[in-house]
Design a protein around this ligand. Structure first.
Ligand SMILES: [Zn+2]
Length: 252
């Protein structure tokens, strides 16, 4: 048997409506949600989608908190200006990873960069329509709607590009697992950034009223995971979770 003990933050959120980005590709938009539908059955039935953008949203939250606290942190870019000499770096930020290792900022110590790996890991959030039947694994059930807008190639009755916009609404949980122990100050900063997330919103069209998220519940846990080989080579994985209310309270 192998085992590992680590900490985890679990956050339950509700969104009245979140726009997910366009079709199968996010079109390079920053902070979009990318939906990966694979088995194209009737409507949204059975299609599993990956909700993207949570890490990006938390990044923006951290930037906002750092600004409020007057703390300098890494910017998302490692460049100080564009090729044409335009200044990229807002006040209060240094180029991504520039602080490491001499004077590592709190953002970098949690999120890392190409210079050092992240201390936290975001578990993928997979959603599926509430109407889907059968085995959904780890997928979380939400309402999913699609507005179909296909671009047809001239002369071919075939959709070349799927512009259909997906929206989803409902409750889902996202999980941040710690690869390494965070200092109390870092944990507090992370918790504050999560608390700030509703001020920013998730996904595309935040300014047009979508992407509102409401935080419902947050918990810090200690997880004890074991994995062993059972009969006939079957892998048995178990997780025991323990809530760390006191430690969470002390951190923020
Ligand atoms: Zn930094």
């Amino acid at each position: 048997m192998v085992s590992r003990k680590f900490k985890r933050i679990k956050v339950r959120v509700r969104t009245p409506i979140t726009k997910t980005g366009n079709g199968a590709f996010s079109g390079g938009k920053v902070n979009n949600l990318l939906l990966l539908g694979t088995n194209g059955e009737n409507g949204n039935d059975g299609k599993r989608y990956l909700v993207k953008g949570i890490r990006g949203l938390l990044n923006h939250s951290m930037m906002a908190i750092a600004k409020q606290q007057g703390v300098e942190i890494c910017h998302s870019s490692d460049k100080t200006e564009t090729q044409s000499g335009e200044k990229l770096l807002p006040e209060g930020f240094h180029p991504n990873g520039a602080c490491f290792p001499e004077s590592e900022c709190i953002w970098h110590s949690i999120m890392g960069s190409i210079k050092r790996f992240s201390r936290v890991k975001f578990e993928p959030v997979v959603i599926v329509s509430t109407y889907s039947k059968g085995e959904n694994g780890d997928a979380q059930k939400v309402h999913i709607a699609t507005e179909t807008r296909n671009s047809l190639t001239h002369g071919l009755k075939q959709a070349m590009q799927d512009f259909g916009e997906r929206y989803f609404s409902g409750e889902f949980t996202f999980i941040i697992d710690f690869n390494e122990e965070l200092k109390q100050e870092e944990l507090g900063f992370l918790l504050k950034a999560i608390l700030f997330m509703p001020e920013l919103g998730l996904g595309g069209s935040v300014n047009n009223g979508s992407g509102k998220i409401e935080l419902l519940e947050i918990v810090l846990q200690e997880v004890f995971r074991t994995r062993t080989i059972g009969k006939n080579g079957k892998i048995i994985e178990e997780e025991k979770e323990r809530n760390l209310w006191k430690q969470m309270e002390e951190a923020w």
